[in-house]
Design a protein around this ligand. Sequence first.
Ligand SMILES: Cc1cc2nc3c(=O)[nH]c(=O)nc-3n(C[C@H](O)[C@H](O)[C@H](O)COP(=O)(O)OP(=O)(O)OC[C@H]3O[C@@H](n4cnc5c(N)ncnc54)[C@H](O)[C@@H]3O)c2cc1C
Length: 270
Amino acid sequence: MAKKVLIVYAHQSSGSFNAAAKNIAVEVLTAKGCTVEVSDLYAMGFKASATAEDIKGKVMSAENFCYMKETKLAWEQEKLSDDLTKEQSKLTEADLIIFQFPMYWFGVPAILKGWIDRVLTNGFAFSEEKRYSQGIFKDKRAMLSLTTGSLESMFSPTGINGDINVTLWPLQNGILYYCGFQVLAPQIFWAPASAAAEDRKRMLESWSTRLQGLLEEKGQSFIPLDCFDEKAFQLKPDVHKKHASKDFGLTVGIHLNKPLPPHSQRKAGC
Ligand SMILES: Cc1cc2nc3c(=O)[nH]c(=O)nc-3n(C[C@H](O)[C@H](O)[C@H](O)COP(=O)(O)OP(=O)(O)OC[C@H]3O[C@@H](n4cnc5c(N)ncnc54)[C@H](O)[C@@H]3O)c2cc1C
């Protein structure tokens, strides 16, 4: 069956390396029979701040405005602003979401963080019952495709920026897996601005090759929700016991005071 792909793209310039990576994704996936939609956030003038303007009509409490509660109700009553409703329906339609962006401050650019804050609303993207392995988007796949200014060696366990797996954890676990997505291994283009032209060409060729088989890739490994108790959300004793003698922790975050599992946020297929 033909797949629908949404690329959430955050770069200001059509001549950028990010634009080239996005264009290749559109080209290859379209040639493979996918329907590809791009949310070009800067071109759209996408609003980054989560405010009461995101709700049509009267809010529940203007004095003590609570974005989480207000947007949940507005989503239930179909009163979210048109820009949010549009992005939410693109996401609902999509089988795979690719986030294409330059790393800003060890994270995503503000405009993309705004998309995450505003589009992934309570009720639509998650609920207390539906998160992590039971998450709302568990039948969809998502991935980060990003460029850095830093060299790969700088983002290693002995490098000045620390282990890239730690940097990726909040984005991949705290946002994507939290909403249930099967999280494909990230595509990282290391320091394209300081790379030689030949190396930049090679980076884009290898992305193009990966895109050919992207739809068959499996998600990375995260800990299923049923490994935690339902009261304090602690690892169940039997899971804890099972890993007691292991050399490495379970994940970057849930590491059991052991060394981090190597490359756990960059491994394809589980
Ligand atoms: C606010 C801010 C915060 C930042 N924080 C971080 C951080 O925390 N960590 C970090 O590592 N970096 C950080 N950076 C750096 C940032 O991540 C890089 O500048 C960015 O990732 C580079 O990607 P780009 O698409 O902008 O590259 P560009 O500068 O657009 O492109 C790089 C090179 O690729 C060339 N190119 C364009 N198209 C093609 C093509 N089709 N084929 C071959 N070459 C092409 C361009 O001409 C250029 O020479 C930050 C930057 C800013 C502005």
